[in-house]
Ligand binder design. Structure first.
Ligand code: SAH
Length: 513
């Protein structure tokens, strides 16, 4: 698309949970050529921008920007003037304590087009995840969003806000940016006449897996918050509505809430795998140890594709195998009719589901999702037939070995498994600190690769502070050979089985002894 003029979309990213950005925001982000984001916008959202988009980090935390406001304004304008689609991604809502209006005014003054996409502001989103309704029939009929940026006990802080009026305000007070001056804010409200027995809470990192809520009263909250080492971003909520939390809290009671889990599967699969974990409240860190790449020499695959209807069975041992196989088939200008009467086998339910996406039903899925079990099932039904095994360029050969005793087996690599050279530094640091709760191991190869990629101080944490969840006894054995103890092992050897085992173990650890 050619454009003479660029545009800036000022988009609210919501309070933290990436699911809380609007559909309109996601749509604009998917078209971005430049993304300027600040630290409160969840960086997972950057995955929604095209890979080639330029990503510019604008700020570390409120008041400590790597780019100052003038530089941000200029950056936005200059890229838009160069004809680019620019997204300015801001935490919460861009116009609520977000300086979004200043940016928009600057853009207008330069004649740059902009659009504002509202977001879920923390005062509404973080409180909802804490189970605190900001208004409530019979509880509160008004809500005030207040900045706690200035210290109300100093002259400059006092001049910003009418604290006596806020103390009399007949409704809920939601104080943003109040962590530094929490004590002084609470003291001032009480001094100006607010009842110290009024329920009050702090909501830290609302809607994120690290969410923490402390509830008390206006008189006691600052001390409790200090004791719990409250960190920004956090809100102070004062009002009767805080009491509703007892009935409404939901986020912290999800089965994996507060668990930080490393997913080591290849990026494509990993991203899908993390959905289920996140839905249960976990924080997922993706650290793929292998990458899926197209095979370099497509000759053998193309040969097999040309003769595909001559086989009796086509066997898939992974989701990636299915995807890569059909991608190449379609690239060759063929369609599903090329398969003719070939029967299909899948190693497990996920692979069968991948076939299903192409409207194909697997004729055979073995009862237990392992190569041995697939080999046995195939031997039973496919003796004497011609079998094509579509697989990765490397991996266990047991299937080929076993089945070729009774049938004519040909195998063809449909994708490549390439080792990544390193893990993200931030992830390694977290393992060394022991601030990761779980690492998932979905194959023996991944266990070995992880061991090779981690430095010794990180390896030592594993099996202790950092627990392992394994997909099968074979994987558990591979981990044991590396000196690692597994804390949870799947009974059904699938990703869902692994998650189930993990949930069970977390529940057991939480249960009072
Ligand atoms: N534009 C943002 C607010 C920016 S000011 C919005 O609409 O939400 C930054 C302040 O927002 C933080 O100091 C904190 O008080 C609050 N905040 C932002 N995200 C938060 C979160 N996930 N949990 C609690 N408070 C949050």
């Amino acid at each position: 698309m050619s454009r003479d003029r660029g545009i800036v979309y000022l988009i609210g990213a919501g309070p933290g949970d990436p699911g809380l950005m609007t559909v309109r925001g996601a749509d604009r982000l998917a078209r971005a050529e430049v993304v300027v984001f600040d630290h409160l916008a969840n960086d997972r959202l950057l995955d929604l921008a095209p890979a080639r988009a330029l990503r510019i980090f604008a700020g570390k935390s409120v008041g400590h920007c790597t780019l100052d406001q003038d530089a941000i304004n200029r950056t936005l304008a200059e890229h838009a003037e160069a004809g680019k689609i620019v997204v300015r991604l801001k935490g919460g809502d861009p116009l609520v304590f977000g300086r979004g209006s200043e940016e928009a005014i600057f853009l207008r003054s330069r004649g740059v087009a902009f659009e504002i996409v509202p977001g879920v502001t923390a005062g509404v989103g973080a409180t909802a995840y804490a189970g605190i309704p900001v208004t409530c029939r019979g509880g509160s009929s008004a809500v005030a969003f207040v900045t706690g940026h200035g210290d109300p006990e100093t002259a400059s802080g006092r001049s910003r806000l009418d604290w006596p009026a806020l103390a009399r305000f007949p409704g809920t007070l939601v104080v943003y940016m109040g962590v530094t001056h929490l004590e002084s804010i609470c003291r001032t409200l009480i001094r100006e006449g607010k009842d110290p027995a009024t329920p009050a809470a702090t909501v830290e990192s609302g809607s994120l897996p690290s969410q923490r809520v402390v509830s008390a009263t206006l008189g006691t909250i600052s001390e409790l918050a200090r004791a719990s080492r409250l960190h920004p971003p956090a809100l102070l909520v004062v009002g009767e509505v805080v009491g509703r939390r007892e009935e409404l809290a939901w986020f912290e009671s999800l089965p994996l809430s507060g668990q930080r889990i490393v997913v080591t599967r290849p990026r494509d699969e990993g991203a899908r795998s993390s959905d289920a974990l996140e839905a249960m409240g976990a924080e997922v860190l993706l650290a793929p140890t292998v990458e899926i790449r197209p095979i370099e020499d497509v000759g053998p695959l193309d040969g097999a594709l040309d003769r595909i209807s001559e086989y009796d069975w086509l066997v898939f041992t992974s989701v990636n195998g299915v995807r890569s196989f059909f991608e190449r088939l379609f690239e060759r200008g063929k369609d599903l009719r090329a398969l003719g009467g070939v029967r299909l086998a899948a190693i497990g339910p996920a692979t069968a589901e991948a076939l299903d996406r192409f409207h194909l039903r697997a004729d055979l899925v073995p009862p237990s999702f392992r190569s041995e079990s697939l080999a046995e099932a195939l031997a039973g039904v496919a003796a004497g037939s011609r079998i094509l095994l579509a697989r990765a360029d490397r991996g266990r050969t047991i299937l080929q070995d076993e089945v070729s005793r009774v049938a004519e087996v040909e195998q063809v690599a449909v994708y490549q498994n390439a080792d990544v050279d390193r893990l993200p530094d931030a992830l390694v640091d977290r393992v060394v600190e022991g601030s990761v709760d779980w690492i998932t191991l979905s194959s023996s190869a991944i266990a070995a690769r992880l061991h090779a990629l981690l430095p010794e101080p990180a390896r030592r944490r594993i099996g202790r502070e950092v627990k392992l969840a394994s997909i099968s006894p074979i994987t558990t054995k591979a981990a044991a050979d590396l000196g690692w103890t597994v804390a949870a092992e799947a009974s059904a050897h699938t990703w869902d089985g692994l998650i189930e085992a993990l949930v069970r173990q977390v529940a057991a650890e939480r249960a009072p002894a």
